[in-house]
Design a protein around this ligand. Structure first.
Ligand SMILES: [Zn+2]
Length: 297
């Protein structure tokens, strides 16, 4: 499943093909993906210029000259194939083979700059929608959504405000999309590890009795941004070097310090601990019992 840094990588890969260009032809090859396409989908896009392409959590948002926003979500297996200036590439992926339209190429966007963008999704958990710009925050996709982890909103103060008084385990609180939107299992494990916080410590332990941020709350906010930014940069380097062919596990795998390392020595310099795994809400948490002591929360 694409995590936030991959979605950001995809956004950066789509930007040169889409922003400033008009949709000249839109081919919608099925009535639905995870949800039905909006009414007259192709018609509402054709002729419109893409003013900007942004991201909120794991959603891509193309601002159109019509005043509508094209919302795109990659679901579990969605990806884009971009053909521009005679070259074909797949932002966010580093391995691809491409011939004519495949069975899972569901949407084709042709743009006035000559680029074409194909949306491919084998499992069809992705979706697209069109929402008026003015109603975007209240739309079903974004209503009640938490703060953006890569934006300026995420700070020690925000962590304290969101987590104050909560007895929920830190791991669960960080995965709660109503608090912080778009953080996935991998990045939560990495952030807790780098901050030295036990995944089962109560979320409220990051706020003082007065609701002020603890030192660790500040550190956690910084570390979340750091972990995500590093992954976006790693994705960016694969965008530049898309000839690289590797396995299919994901190019960020190499930089994980704790995720999926059960039984391996802790990567913290000087620590003699061994990475352990526990299961929280059905998902694996990897952590170092020495670096991430409960009492340190
Ligand atoms: Zn350790």
């Amino acid at each position: 499943m694409p995590e936030l840094p991959e979605v950001e990588t995809v956004r950066r890969g789509l930007e040169p093909a889409m922003v400033g260009a008009r949709f000249t032809k839109v081919v919608q090859r099925r009535p639905d993906l995870r949800f039905p396409f909006p009414e007259r989908f192709a018609e509402r896009l054709e002729g419109q210029e893409v003013r900007s392409l942004s991201r909120r959590a794991k959603y891509l948002l193309a601002d159109l000259s019509s005043g509508e926003v094209l919302i795109m979500h990659l679901g579990m297996s969605g990806r884009f194939l971009v053909t521009m200036d005679g070259a074909t590439r797949m932002p966010g992926e580093f391995h691809h083979e491409h011939g004519s339209l495949g069975a899972h190429d569901h949407v084709v966007f042709r743009l006035s700059n000559g680029a074409s963008v194909i949306y491919n999704d084998t499992r069809r958990f992705g979706f697209m929608d069109l929402v008026p710009r003015s109603g975007i925050e209240a739309s079903r996709h974004f209503a009640g959504m938490g703060i953006e982890p890569l934006g300026n909103e995420l700070s020690g103060e925000a962590v304290a405000r969101l987590f104050s008084g909560k007895r929920t385990p830190l791991k669960a609180a960080l995965l709660d999309q109503r608090l912080i939107a778009g953080l996935g299992n991998i990045y939560v494990c990495e952030a807790l590890f780098r901050t030295g916080l036990h995944p089962e410590a109560p979320a409220g332990s990051l706020a003082t009795k007065k609701g002020l941020p603890t030192e660790k709350a500040h550190r956690l906010a910084d570390v979340i941004r750091e972990v995500l930014s590093e992954a976006v940069q790693a994705g960016g380097s694969t965008l530049r070097d898309h000839a690289q062919v590797d396995g299919t596990l994901g190019y960020f795998q190499h930089s994980f310090r704790v995720y999926d390392r059960e039984g391996e020595p802790c990567t913290t310099p000087g620590c003699t601990g061994t990475v352990a795994r526990l299961v929280q809400a059905g998902r694996s948490t990897f952590y170092c019992p020495r670096c991430q002591k409960r009492s340190r929360a």
